[in-house]
Ligand binder design. Sequence first.
Ligand code: FAD
Length: 357
Amino acid sequence: MKVVICGGGIIGASIAYHLALKGVKSTIIERCALACAASGKAGGFLARDWCDHFEVGPLARKSFDMHMTFAKDERFQHCGYRVMDAIGVTVKEGNETKCKNLPIWLNGSVIETSTLGDKTTTAQVYPDKLTHAFFNIAKDLVNTELKIANVQGIETTGSKVTGVKTSTGVVTADVIIIAMGPWSGEAMKWFNLPPVTGHRAHNVILKPSHTISAHACFVEFTGKTGSRHSPEVYPRPDGTVYLCGMSDEEELPSNPEEVSYNPESCTILKQMIANMSSSLRDATVVTERGCYLPIPPASLPVIGSLPGTGGLYLATGHSCWGILNAPATGEAIAQLIVNGECSVCDISPFSPARLTK
Ligand SMILES: Cc1cc2nc3c(=O)[nH]c(=O)nc-3n(C[C@H](O)[C@H](O)[C@H](O)COP(=O)(O)OP(=O)(O)OC[C@H]3O[C@@H](n4cnc5c(N)ncnc54)[C@H](O)[C@@H]3O)c2cc1C
């Protein structure tokens, strides 16, 4: 069985890893580099029960537990997994804080806080390191390959896939998985499916000179002019602090290497966060970037085989929870390929079949 995975983000890498655990070698075809898009630039925040009221809830719970299991495996030790607290923080620019018992670094215009998660329900990981770890372990186990090329089409004979057309020629395949994040939308159009689209958000990494405790902050910010935004703050184990938010409507470029960012959006992110913490206000800026969420049709990820096209699978559209949900997605697709059925959790709500109706 020749398995080709299109896309080297965390979803493609997790599928390769879970196939490798079952003794199946695959080839990832990636246009630029492993984790070059959102999977290398995301926050890496994980929550056990925040999706409970949605169809994705069981996938999230299963994935959260799988992340915990990886953390006990020495091959994943460098991926920075740690449990953390999560708090809601209301910031009003120019106001004095009246809140008590806040983490010491939250010394700015914080007028209200709430508990959103604790060390049993929320955690974090470095997404880029985890993506690379999935691939490297698969490579060690079964010699999984990475091929740098641009996926341009799928070849079929009758109703079965036979290969992937790429910028460097056709790669033959019995099984093909589309896992190209927001760029999966282009491939979905080849099969007349409503496409996954991309939605840009910004992120900034700061290096403060003080220690910042492990509190993920979900901020409701109101500026003096009445402007409102909801940035997120994730302190990391290496002493840096990841900020994200400020999404916009910038169109997805066809080449992932051409993803850009708006410096003004990053400036606003930093200014908002400066209002809640002098340590973050005075921190050194390490990186400013943009990246795209893969937004699925009908708000649900697309995971499973495409009826009518033998050997074709989709694993995409994970929106703002792709790092969290990569483990169970990878295991689900690997089980479908190897066993023909999935026992990870009920993935029927995510079936590509729903998009063909
Ligand atoms: C600012 C931000 C913060 C986030 N924070 C979190 C978080 O804290 N927790 C969480 O769970 N999720 C988070 N997410 C969401 C998460 O990043 C995504 O859901 C996840 O990375 C999607 O992974 P993917 O593998 O599907 O896609 P991607 O990471 O986009 O990977 C797709 C890959 O396909 C490749 N590709 C594209 N076109 C082609 C082609 N034609 N040929 C070959 N290869 C191609 C690309 O180069 C890319 O490497 C965040 C997202 C953003 C934007």
